[in-house]
Design a protein around this ligand. Structure first.
Ligand code: ADP
Length: 561
């Protein structure tokens, strides 16, 4: 049984250790590994998102270019030539513009003839602001066109040779007072122009058209082509277009939330001076990362707390075990000492008696008494140890029988009275006459009383007094042992009932003891359905009271705590 107890205790410590340290540590390890992998993955995801977004923007530019080319294609083919007469050119340009309200102007330029014929969008002919600013744009174009026309024509012709759409694009922002407007030229060589001539046909996309029709269509096309972007239902991407030198959106897709874009692309070969930007709606990749980090810190913090708690728990458990181990080794030393002293005395006096040299009869009596007393002490000690081991193993059984407590207490004290008085103690015995018969284990109660009286003898210095009282108190019979000895500090008053515990007082350490007495007293009192209480003050004395209920419960053979 005792072995089993030790095993359980050990298993408990090990289990606590495992639960408190090993599990959190393992969890922490697992989490860190997962975390590392996850961080790597999230960095990879971030890079992939950037890459994907850049790719999407590249495709968006290509789509813009295709779309612009598609729109310009038919117009380009019916464009007038500079060799036709002015009226025809005018009529043709006007026809084109009337058919295509998406252009704000159209012109034919012949560098060799130093000739330009231009027409404005007739649909907006009533808008003087439009006419003035468009004319400004054409005039401005005319200011640099003579210098650039050769190169522009050559470029377009080179494209035709490469089987590409022979169309060039140019664009810029015009700032007039607080008004910023985007101007663009889509240029090509009109049909029927000989190779050695520098002639250009051009149209300009209307800025309103670009804003309300052209770019929204491009953006919608890009954002809904799922194959190109990791589209998620919860995080749809959003786009916008802004002037290259100003990040304020000029055109934005529905749901654009205004936060910093994830990727940007400056248009180069179509609509230059415009920049396209893209991001996820409502969040940025950096935000996602920050959220992830916050979550990780919380989990790590919780785990650290959990581990700190575990360490504390283990520390408490282990230190309790260590204290118990120390107490046990003290116990062995104390008990050996306690056994040796009476044995030595018994041997000494027995040897003296054996030699037969004593003459006085009283001496014989005294020696016999000493031998008897010492063997009684030995018996008491051994009984304590045996009782303790039985209780500890849960094998202690009590024999309850109806007992006259007053008689039992008196008889027990009587056998001790001489020793008490011989040690110079004042002794007071006070037994109430109204004590009813109580169901108790006689031997156990007598042993408890002796333990208490013995302690009073052991732990008194100059004030030598022992008082024993037996009295009735509502529903119980109280057995009280008082002394005026060294007392017990309040912080130790609960501990003295634990097995092996002995107070730190130097006197206690000079006095022999096993630290078992009070734990036995408590076990006995509780087995009777009662308890033992202490009231004590250092240097004033102590009062131990065993309270026994008048109706004790049936015995339970529980092991000692
Ligand atoms: P032991 O007397 O063998 O040491 P006990 O279990 O009887 O063991 O007592 C435990 C401790 O309680 C003692 O070591 C002592 O420090 C303290 N103690 C017990 N009784 C008294 C008392 N009457 N006065 C002062 N201290 C006491």
């Amino acid at each position: 049984m005792a072995k089993k107890w030790r095993l359980t205790e050990r298993t408990r410590t090990l289990l606590t250790l495992e639960l408190a340290i090993v599990l959190p540590a393992a969890a922490l390890l697992g989490f860190s590994i997962w975390n590392l992998k996850h961080i790597q993955r999230s960095e990879a995801i971030e890079a992939a998102i950037q890459r994907d977004f850049s790719h999407v923007l590249k495709i968006a530019e290509k789509k813009t270019w295709h779309k612009a080319n598609e729109i310009v294609g038919p117009v380009r083919k019916e464009f007038p030539n500079s060799d036709e007469d002015r009226a025809t050119i005018n009529a043709k340009l006007e026809h084109i513009l009337a058919e295509h309200p998406e252009y704000s102007y159209a012109f034919v330029y012949d560098k060799d003839k130093n000739m330009m014929v231009s027409r404005l969008q007739p649909a907006k002919g009533n808008d003087p602001g439009f006419c003035a600013s468009t004319q400004d744009a054409i005039n401005m174009t005319l200011s640099w066109l003579p210098l650039e026309a050769n190169m522009m024509t050559a470029n377009v012709r080179k494209m035709a040779m490469k089987d590409e759409d022979p169309v060039g694009f140019y664009g810029w922002w015009a700032h007039k007072e607080s008004l910023h407007s985007y101007w663009n030229i889509t240029y090509f060589v009109p049909p029927g122009v000989p190779k050695d001539r520098t002639v250009l046909g051009a149209v300009g996309f209307d800025a309103d058209y670009l804003r309300s029709t052209f770019f929204p269509a491009v953006m919608k096309d890009v954002l809904t082509s799922k194959s190109e972007l990791m589209l998620t239902e919860s995080n749809p991407p959003v786009m916008m277009i802004h002037p290259s030198k100003d990040s304020t959106p000029w055109i934005s897709s529905a749901n654009w939330d205004g936060a910093k874009p994830e990727a940007e692309r400056n248009f180069e070969y179509v609509f230059p001076d415009l920049t396209m930007a893209i991001k996820y709606q409502g969040t940025t990749v950096a935000d996602i990362g920050a959220r992830f980090r916050k979550y990780n810190y919380i989990v790590l913090g919780a785990l650290a707390l959990f581990m700190a708690g575990g360490v504390l728990l283990t520390y408490r458990n282990v230190s309790r075990e260590m204290t118990l181990a120390r107490l046990k080794s003290d116990f062995v030393a104390n008990v050996s000492h306690e056994l040796r002293t009476p044995l030595a005395l018994i041997r000494l006096y027995a040897e003296t008696l054996e030699l037969g040299r004593l003459t006085a009869k009283e001496k014989y009596q005294e020696y016999f008494r000493i031998i008897r007393e010492e063997s009684e002490r030995l018996t008491a000690l051994i009984n304590n140890i045996l009782d303790f081991s039985r209780i500890d193993a849960g094998r202690k059984e009590y024999e309850f029988q109806e007992t006259n407590l007053a008689e039992l207490v008196h008889a027990t004290l009587e056998s001790y009275r001489f020793q008490i008085q011989q040690n110079g103690f004042g002794f007071e015995e006070n037994i109430s006459p109204d004590i009813p018969p109580v169901n108790v284990d006689r031997e156990a109660i007598a042993r408890s009383l002796l333990n208490l009286v013995n302690n009073a003898l052991k732990y008194s210095k100059d004030q030598k007094y022992i008082g024993v009282r037996l009295y009735r108190s509502n529903g119980s019979v109280n057995l009280e042992v008082r002394d005026r000895g060294i007392g017990i500090p309040s912080n130790e008053q609960e501990k003295i009932f634990e097995k092996f515990y002995r107070c730190g007082d130097p006197l206690v350490h000079n006095v022999k003891g096993s630290g078992l007495g009070l734990s036995l007293v408590r076990h006995i009192a509780r087995a009777h359905g009662g308890d033992v209480l202490v009231e004590s003050a250092p240097d004033k004395g102590s009062k131990f009271t065993i309270a026994l209920p008048l109706v004790p419960p049936p015995q339970t053979g529980n092991a000692m705590a």
